[in-house]
Design a protein around this ligand. Sequence first.
Ligand SMILES: [Zn+2]
Ligand SMILES: [Zn+2]
Length: 304
Amino acid sequence: MKTTGYRKRLIVNFRLAVSLIYLWKYLYRRGEIIRVKHVEFAYSEGINLVSTSMYYFYNEKDALLSFFWEESIDNIIPSMFKPIKWTALHEWLSYVYWFGLDYADRKYEASDFFNLRVDEIVDVGLSLDINKPDFNLLGACDFCGKCEECYLLDDWKSFFELHKDDVGKTIIHTAFHLLMFNKKFLRDFNEFLAEVLETQSDKIPLEYHSKLINGKIPRSTYWASWLETALYHRDKGCCSICRKNVTGEWNLTGSLGIDHIVPISKYGNNDPTNLQILCEKCNLTKGNKSNATSGFDIPLWNLE
Ligand SMILES: [Zn+2]
Ligand SMILES: [Zn+2]
């Protein structure tokens, strides 16, 4: 009799502990969602960056892309092992953005470069309270550096310099926000990462070599709640392949079927851009065999 009472108490305590864990998980997840800061995106410049970065990706594969891997590997590799918020795609967008800005600085007319920077400043929502320099006057003094107009240009240059990193970050963040919905591009981008991992792994920093398994990145098994929430919202609670609604599965189990678009076995990685939601059935069928994803999404409304 004594033992039964003890066992009952043990079971009750165990159930209580499990409920508390679920409650904590629920509150934590809720807290994370509420804590997300609302931001104002720079759509105009962000869309420009999306189109430029896609153009370079598909058309300058040999030139720009090989430099990208070599120059950015140190920043990409951590997220390929364990997903972090600054993804490999942020790194690519950043590469294209700073490359473009540097190119414009060297090749554009001073007034065109100036106007480009002003467009960015306006688009990210920074207020402008300095008068614009007159480029006709600057042409006449030939940028002497000692007149009123030149001082005005200098003020602008310091203003650009002061806000340079924040402006770039907002534009990159916006472009990421848009491009993260283009799963066919994400697949192609991660196929590129897989290809270089397979063929140029010698360029990976030494400390990561011992962490590879047969030259491949080990599968991550833990997904942070910021990541699960983001994938759930991006995929609108639907399986990326068969389009089945998986909201019920999430509510019931508190976890999602997260799939690597390019499988780990095919040199895929754990970067957030290589992840998608699948239903249980598709997850089992796709397994480590294919790079399947789809371009389907749920529109705000359909056209007749
Ligand atoms: Zn001057
Ligand atoms: Zn499915």
